[in-house]
Write a protein that binds this ligand. Structure first.
Ligand code: KIV
Ligand code: ZN
Length: 566
């Protein structure tokens, strides 16, 4: 029996029967604050070096973050140095505010003010832990003791801010975090924040940011939202969320927290951070995007952002990570593939302004991803899946009548391989079954030219060297078009009774060149219909090659026993 659950105390929700957040929807982006360079960085096995932090900082600026927590400058020389480098090298755009974290302890606060000298816009973010559990087991103090720490910290910060502003005009804002907010009794959380506000005296123009960390996620997101709504009702302020992801629901907690009244979100890219991480800002932002809300952050190049993130943090983004994972725009199931194809066709045909493709919550192109990897083929894929890959990845538009035949070939190859096939492997099957079929007939040399006949009508001459098995036959004929001439030439060596059923051709680019590809469906003398494919720079020769391919495919012996049919 798995009995250990008895030792856990269930979370005690705040009673809020008249909660209003469940009926709300998110209609605008919050203020975003990236804590990648602090919360994210402190949770790395190898924290970022100066160069990596600078690169990451620039990436955050490029994405559009206007508030960036750059570190904990009083905690180490390295942290101090990054703060100084950003300021001294003038790397902080005027519209970006750097945020610096500090514990509510006097010597650390003083060092922090030294670190920010010369900056234009700064948020001084101070915190102390307030939770029931930490008071009991860590600080061994009552709530008043914890309030005193916060109030004394606030007094010193206010004093140093007033001096700094008078001296340099620096734009300093305050942020206070009752750390472990979600594990704190709500009336105590309100009391400590009120005490801090009494000291800092925020005004409507210069509000204090009250950050409400879900330091350890301990409840379902609805109970977290109740806590936020409770707090917002008691203190009207610029309340900020700082969710962690211990239960794996930080995205939901962030979204419900916004419904509950928060105006600001602290989090990281891809959810890096202590233990299971912080809230993933990219995820929350792209969720808004997918609902038609401008997230005010730009993830249109998510591959590059992910690459920089992986390089700097040495963390890996999971293959299933929303919007960014390798596999998130891939459909394995045949019915999904079919529906995606139909959705894409529908959008093209109807020129709709909305994204209306089943199974793809957003257009992969919106995050800089491509359509090619959307569908990969396994033995469950429908008959249209392989044709879709040929179209999306290689530009080959197989006629619909050919889909079942080619789909069956790909399915057989999947079954044999016992795994999914990649687009290149699907192309190899196509090549082997259609493009490289040059036995028993192989057209070695060919010439087409036009002439006027005795009655002044334009006629087409076909001349060629048709190899049958290992014998060359010079064939020639005149017809009213290239295909007519070729069929007549074939008759001179006894090939007749093949009839055209359908024909389709289109251009396909091969490197810098464009070639014509023809799909020819013939009826063989025994009544079977066969497809052949021909490709050539000359559209008429593409069709002629397609006819030979179809005839070869109708023959029982398609492999040269001497292995030289090239
Ligand atoms: O998770 C947390 O509580 C924090 C605070 C320092 C804001 O990171
Ligand atoms: Zn945190």
């Amino acid at each position: 029996m798995y009995e250990g659950f008895h030792k856990y105390i269930p979370f005690q929700p705040v009673p809020l029967p008249d909660r209003t957040w469940p009926d709300k929807v998110i209609t605008k982006a919050p203020i975003w604050c990236s804590v990648d360079l602090r919360d994210g960085n402190q949770a790395l096995i190898d924290p970022m070096n100066l160069e990596e932090k600078l690169r990451f900082f620039q990436t955050l600026v490029d994405i559009g973050f206007k508030e960036i927590e750059i570190g904990f400058p009083s905690s180490s020389e390295t942290e101090y140095e990054i703060c100084r480098t950003l300021i001294d090298r003038n790397l902080i755009p005027d519209d970006v505010t750097i945020q610096v974290l500090v514990q509510a302890r006097p010597h650390l606060i003083k060092k922090t003010f030294e670190a920010i000298q010369g900056a234009k816009n700064v948020i001084v973010h101070f915190y102390n832990s307030t939770s029931t559990l930490q008071r009991k087991v860590v600080f061994k103090t009552d709530m008043q003791g914890v309030i005193d720490i916060a109030v004394n910290g606030a007094k010193l910060i206010k004093e140093l801010t007033d001096e700094e502003v008078a001296r340099t005009g620096m734009n300093i804002r305050y942020e206070y975090s009752p750390e472990s907010f979600s594990g704190t009794e709500m009336d105590n959380a309100v009391a400590i924040c009120e005490a801090v506000m009494d000291v800092l005296q925020p005004t409507p123009e210069n509000k204090l940011i009250l950050n409400l960390p879900n330091t350890v996620e301990m409840s379902t997101p609805n109970h977290h939202a109740d806590q936020i709504e409770y707090f917002c009702r008691h203190i009207k302020n610029r309340d900020s969320l700082h969710p962690h992801n211990d239960r794996g629901t930080a995205t939901a907690a962030t979204e419900l927290g916004l419904l509950a009244g928060a105006e600001r979100v602290e989090g990281t890219l891809f959810g890096n951070g202590e233990r299971t991480g912080n809230a993933d800002i990219m995820n929350v932002a792209m969720n808004m995007y997918s609902q038609g809300v401008d997230p005010e952050l730009d993830f249109s190049n998510i591959r590059e952002i992910r690459e920089i993130y992986e390089k700097c943090t040495r963390m890996k983004v999971h293959d299933r990570h929303p919007y960014a994972g390798n596999l998130v725009f891939t459909a394995f199931s045949g019915s999904h593939q079919d529906a995606i194809k139909k959705g894409i066709d529908y959008m093209r045909e109807h020129d709709t302004q909305y994204w209306e493709v089943p199974y793809l919550p957003i257009d992969p192109a919106d995050v800089g991803r491509k359509y090619e990897p959307i569908i990969r083929i396994n033995s469950q894929s429908g008959k249209g899946g392989a044709a879709f890959i040929m179209q999306q990845s290689f530009g080959y538009e197989l006629p619909k009548a050919m889909h079942p035949e080619f789909g069956a070939m790909v399915k057989a190859a999947c079954d044999e391989a016992g795994r999914e096939l990649l687009p290149n492997e699907i192309f190899d099957i196509f090549r082997a079954h259609y493009l490289d079929v040059k036995y028993p007939y192989n057209l070695k040399k060919y010439k087409l030219y036009e002439e006027n006949d005795t009655e002044g009508e334009t006629v087409v001459h076909f001349e060629g060297n048709l190899r049958f098995r290992h014998e060359d036959h010079l064939i020639s004929a005149v017809g009213n078009g290239p295909i007519d001439a070729f069929f007549k030439a074939l008759r001179t060596v006894g090939i007749h009774d093949y009839k055209f059923v359908t024909y389709r051709e289109h251009a396909v680019s091969e490197g810098a060149d464009s070639k014509a590809i023809s799909y020819i469906q013939l009826t063989a003398p025994d009544g079977r219909t066969v497809f052949g494919v021909g490709m050539d720079g000359n559209i008429s020769l593409a069709s002629i090659k397609g006819i030979i391919c179809a005839i070869n495919r109708a023959c029982s012996e398609q492999k040269d026993p001497e292995g030289e049919a090239k």
